[in-house]
Design a binder for this molecule. Sequence first.
Ligand code: PHE
Length: 440
Amino acid sequence: MEREYWGSKMGFWLAAAGSAIGLGNIWRFPYLTGANGGAAFVLIYVLIAFTIGFSVMLAEFVIGRSTKLNPVGAFQKLKGGPWQIVGWMGVAAGFIILSYYSVIGGWTIKYILSSFTGLISPNTDATNYFLNFIGNGPQAILYHAIFMAITIYVVYRGVGKGIEDTCKILMPALFLILVILIIRAVTLPGAFAGVEFYLKPDFSKITGQTLLAALGQAFFSLSLGMGAMITYGSYLGSKKASLPQSAATVTLLDTSAAFLAGFVIFPTVFAFGVEPGAGPGLTFITLPKVFAMMPGGAIWSALFFLLLCVAAITSAISLLEVVVAYMIDNLKWPRHKASLIIGGAIFLLGIPSALSNGAVPINVFGMAFLDAMDYLASNILLPLGGMLIALFVGWVILGTAKKETTTEGEFKFQPVWIWICKVIAPLVIFIIFLNKIGII
Ligand code: PHE
């Protein structure tokens, strides 16, 4: 079987940005910012994204392009032995994250449709609406199934015709929708208070917890630590793309999308005098309440949830592709079989997540199943994976890393990058990890 490759550097960038820009940017980043004091959090986040985030992404691109294999195959080829476990953790994380990510993706589809059928109305209690919907088992499973079917279809079509072509259309569309929503938001009367909250840093709000939240968010948002960027890097055929330039571009696109999402959310909620630090309910509960007060609210709501849905689909594709690439490379399965069977299995694993939000009490370690899966992936598998990837590139394959990052010319920051991979990133990630699992 011939391995597939990206058709162009731009196609690769848009696919990688599609993986990175997701629910993490538009749903999670604004509520974390709201809960952590606004602009000061944004500043810290940007700093972390461009140092540690950029460095781990570049490390993943190096592993991918130098082996042209999925994460498991890549670690086997470069070193083997216990290092393979890092690849396995990545494949497992892809499987687990997609199972619940697709459930939330399904919510976005439901909310696009509901915008026109009663969600956006002064008579609707948005809190009850949300809780009733996610607590309705068959409905939650139905929308999870629809979201998974779309994801499977794209991956089934392949790297070029499926992933690349889809992202080339959806990513520009995403930025366009974002700009339209920003224009609407900042021209609302009273929007300025939101802009001020978002842009005026209050450094007294920065604590150790803020730093940790920003770090965890950077990892999830940049799709790091589980081999998504190894897999996408492995589809770079020729050496034409500069890896440092690619990592910088993707980091910039991802950070811009998150930053811009804040200009939709904060001006909108401040204009209507709603509390910005509402936590995870900010998008599915607070925003519909606000849209209901706006003229033409149904349309703005549909457009906003479409944005969220598009972002989620291009990320879900990359999660499925990690597992599918393993089946194709290592087990020699044809792509069609791999996408259908793996996609189907992930759909099944997602069912308990879909049911665990009120329909059926499915709890693991005292958390709803969906939250437990998110905890396992975001707090354990991703940071651990990211730490090991940085160490691997910094210590085990340093020669390859130096070569791969200079194929298209000089890489000025190479010494800094190597130092971050060797020491800083592993150390910092280890500290977050201990904190997240409650040891410090
Ligand atoms: N980066 C995606 C988001 O922000 C989530 C993701 C994590 C995708 C890990 C792939 C791998 O929503």
